[in-house]
Design a protein around this ligand. Structure first.
Ligand code: 5AD
Ligand code: SF4
Length: 484
């Protein structure tokens, strides 16, 4: 865990809560810790906590921050929901994500009967919606604490308030421009880490709820980002994933503006760092500079996630994506020309309001022309409050399902063909873990994001080795390590 012992030592628990936000949160962590230690002594056992994460990598990163605070407070972190304190970090990008959370809450209601002292907290994107919070207040009264996406840094303070109250504590902010640095942080993997470069989104694609629940774009100061990565590298991290809803517009709102391409060049200089990844890139903001930086970089992985969403220029306009099919294809051509071994992945949506068979065929055409190594395919889901939710011509479910299947079949076939091209080549692979199916194998990731399983030792986890991709299995390979 990365923590700031200097800050920790400045805390005076007998004094008032400090006004500096970082110090203030360390103060509340210490306050919570005193309560939890007392409870543990009374019970004569440890107390466990679990963070259940839904949704994207942003949420996964937020959960790491919550876990680090829970550890500081004195909880033992466990997996699953059989714990003294369960926190759901929720997602609301599609209706299904919401339904999953309600399903879990329903099960927890029963579990809580057996464990009456269990504490439950809810946070994340779903909590930014008033209707959700109303429903929880009504139907899930056992929940102790609700907070949103903008005040995660206040978790310790909010939890302390909740410890001293029988009521449900709710603190949702509509937006913020605050970024609090230097709080503790935990990592799921020793060798790779996600690093936020920016928060929020200004794009307002008409189907998407993210700008409403994650607020406006805010970039972190480049010095804070570099400092965090340097610390991570000193701690054994070799690969970082830079995270933002639209990394290509990084830096625009900073006092001293800097581009994402320039940030990457600075990060490249960090000694000991071996691999750099980033997501997500909005096609409309992807600059020539970025392509050149990627082309000449020794550390940036040969992988670009470039969500297209749809192939029809007509639909793209209604989606407010700000590029046409032709713009997108021209961008892809340019990227491929400059970086021939680039691997492209995407997000595609089927069934946006008014999508006709002709529109859908335009999407299929993009899929054929680009040749994605992988595509995340989604059925359009109506999100209340977004412009698309009230558009006429919602596409019937059976039509959407049939199109979705056609798309999926093609996407998978093309992905397999692309993977096949690299069969029998030797590639550098970062060993990520022991294979879950066969413990004599390890699993590693190629620069282009494909996975390979090969004979190896768990001691290799975190190192980069050369592997021959002996057999392509569709979306992964079986390989053999090549001695140097
Ligand atoms: N319905 C379906 N998919 C959506 N996405 C965003 N909003 C919706 C929605 N309302 C998809 C987009 C985005 C990905 C993260 O989720 O494809 O790129
Ligand atoms: Fe949503 Fe569009 Fe922002 Fe992506 S760029 S988070 S799809 S609004």
């Amino acid at each position: 865990m990365i923590e700031n012992n200097e800050l920790w030592e400045q805390i005076d628990l007998c004094g008032e809560a400090p006004s500096d936000e970082t110090l203030r949160q360390y103060y509340y962590m210490e306050k919570c810790r005193a309560v939890i230690e007392k409870e543990k002594a009374q019970l004569g056992r440890t107390l466990t906590a679990s963070v259940v994460t839904f949704g994207c990598q942003m949420n996964a990163r937020d959960s790491e921050k919550i876990i680090a605070i829970l550890e500081k407070i004195g909880y033992e972190i466990v997996e699953g929901e059989d714990a003294d304190f369960v926190i759901y970090n929720t997602c609301t990008v599609r209706e299904n994500a919401n339904l999953k959370v309600y399903g879990h809450l329903g099960a927890l209601k029963r579990a809580k009967k057996k464990r009456p002292n269990m504490r439950v907290a809810l946070c994340g994107c779903m909590m930014q919606e008033d209707t959700v919070v109303d429903k929880i207040k009504k139907s899930y009264r056992f929940v102790n604490l609700i907070f949103g996406t903008h005040n995660i840094f206040k978790f310790a303070e909010l939890f302390y308030t909740s410890l001293g109250s029988d009521r449900m504590i709710i603190d949702i902010w509509k937006d913020t421009n605050q970024i609090v640095e230097d709080l503790p942080s935990e990592r799921k993997y020793a060798f790779k880490a996600g690093v936020n470069v920016m928060f929020g989104c200004n794009n307002f694609c008409t189907y998407c709820i993210v700008p409403y629940v994650r607020g406006r774009e805010r970039s972190r100061n480049p010095r804070d980002i570099i400092h965090e990565i340097e610390q991570l590298v000193a701690d054994g991290v070799v690969e970082i994933m830079l995270l933002g809803q639209n990394v290509n517009s990084y830096g625009k709102n900073l006092e001293e503006p800097i581009t994402f391409a320039q940030l990457l060049q600075e990060i490249e200089k960090i000694e000991g760092l071996k691999r750099i990844r980033f997501m997500t890139s909005h096609p409309k903001d992807l600059s020539d500079d970025l392509i050149q930086v990627m082309k000449h970089s020794k550390k940036i992985c040969k992988h670009l996630h470039l969500p297209v969403q749809a192939g029809s220029s007509r639909l793209l306009k209604i989606m407010n994506r700000k590029y046409s099919k032709e713009d997108y294809l021209a961008l892809v051509e340019k990227i491929k020309r400059e970086i021939p071994d680039i691997s492209l992945t995407t997000d595609i949506m089927v069934g946006f309001p008014g999508e006709t068979e002709e529109d859908f065929l335009e999407t299929m055409d993009v899929v054929e022309k680009v040749g994605y190594a992988a595509a995340y395919t989604f059925i359009y889901s109506k999100r209340t409050g977004t412009p698309a939710a009230v558009m006429e011509d919602q596409v019937p479910e059976d039509v959407v399902k049939e199109r979705f299947q056609r798309l999926l079949d093609r996407v998978q076939a093309i992905s397999g063909e692309i993977a096949k091209k690299d069969e029998n080549t030797v590639q550098e692979v970062l060993v990520e873990g022991v294979d879950t199916q066969d413990s004599s194998l390890v699993t590693g990731r190629l620069s282009n994001n494909f996975l390979v399983h090969f004979k190896g030792e768990k001691e290799w986890i975190g190192s980069i080795v050369s592997v021959k991709l002996s057999q392509c299995k569709g979306f992964y390979y079986l390989g053999e390590m090549v001695s140097e």
